[in-house]
Structures are given as C-alpha cells and as structure tokens.
Design a protein. Sequence first.
Length: 263
Amino acid sequence: MPNQDHVRKVEAIVISHTEYGEADRFLTLFTREMGKVRAIAKGVRKARSRKAGHLEPFTRTALVMARGANFWIITQAETVDAYQPIRENLLKTAQAAYVLELLDRFASEGEEHQSLYRLIKETLSRLTEEEDTFRTVRFFELRFLEKAGFRPEFFHCALCGAEIQAEDQYFSALQGGVLCPQCGSMTANVHPISMLALKYLRHFQRSDYDQIKTIMVPAAQQNEMEKLMQYYFAYLAEKKLNTPTFLREIRRHPQEDKGEIKL
C-alpha cells in the first residue's frame, strides 16, 4: 500500500490556478486537513480531462493527492460544492475573490487551521445564498482578523487606553485600533471613523452571524466600514490589495448578469 504520508485524501477550496507547461495547471488550495498547499493537476487542460471542472476557483472539492518531488500532484478530484450563484453574479464573484485574496495573503503554507477552513466555507455559502452580502463580507473580515491575530481594538483607545466615548474617532492601522480624538489628532496616518460606523463594527465584532444577519446598515456607513477594513488589511499585507479595485469598478459600472462568469 502507498505510504500514508505520500498519498492524502483532503477536502479543499480552490484559491487560484495558473497555466503550467503545455497541459498542466498549478493550483493554490486551502485544505481542511493541511492548510494552504500548492499542487499540480497534470493534463487538466486537455480536452478529455475529467478533473478540470472540479478545480475552478471558489470550488470546494474532494481530492486525492500524491506527493511529488516539489509539489503535491492531484490524481483525483470531485466537486463537493461549486457555489454556482457566485459564478453567475459579478458582484458576488468579486466579493468571493476578495475573501480568497485575503486568505492567500495571510494563510501560511502547510499549517492546518480547521476553524479558518470552516469560516471560509461558511462565507462562500452565505455569499451563495444571501442577496445582500455586505454583512457576510464584514463579518468574515472581523472573524478572519481575529483568527490571524490582528483583532482590531474598538472599545478603548489603542494609544492611551481610555474608554471610547460616543463621538467620532480615528483608526490607526499601526496601533491596530481606534484612537480617541485627542490621540488621533496628534497621530499621523490615521483613518477617520464616525460614531455610527464604529457602533456597527463593534456589534459585528462581538455578535454571532445570526445576530447580525438582519441588521440594515445605511449606505454611508457601509461605504465607511468597507474602506476602513480594506485600509487595515492593506497595511497588514504591506502592499495594495487587488480585488478592492475590481469591486469599485463593478459598482461604478453595474451591468446585468450574462450567465456564468469565466474566472
């Protein structure tokens, strides 16, 4: 029998893929059992390949992989959930791409993280099922930050420690949280945050999903919360994220769905 360490059965979410050689495809996967891994699907671009449709981005798939000299080699693949409504809606496609970009930027290779895997799976399911996905993405961001060790401080000034009062504040990515007006006015590179947006962020941070899924956040605060989260993630990633620009373009030029979107 093959050595267990050299052949693995895993469940994975496909983060991305790139062309490799004449017929192969190089994939980045986030697996339930092994965390983030990179693997090769040999011959997957050939017309007769049976694996290609099971290895598209956003797909949750059951895999059999064999360890190669440098990378895992995918020998079998079967779709568990294709999250089809995401593929048929351009805004949902962009939001799912944003979720997976954050996952790819911050997850370390080879580190099992089953609670993070559950969060990604639940987030893709919510993007699939729900019409208004603002809450889904903000909830994901805050839970993801917590699991990554970057939980933002929303209740006390991150510099002086004073309890935050009911007034407009500042947010410092460097300090990892809200600054009171006095500290914020004397600190460089801060992001303003209104009292109302902070109120919603606090509620999202301390509540489970069932407690926030019916909350209607006004458009102005939605925009403010999204910009703040993307500012914080860009700072943590130490480089500009790609997908927020994609999201902005979609909102600037809305269009009707035209069937499945090729990724």
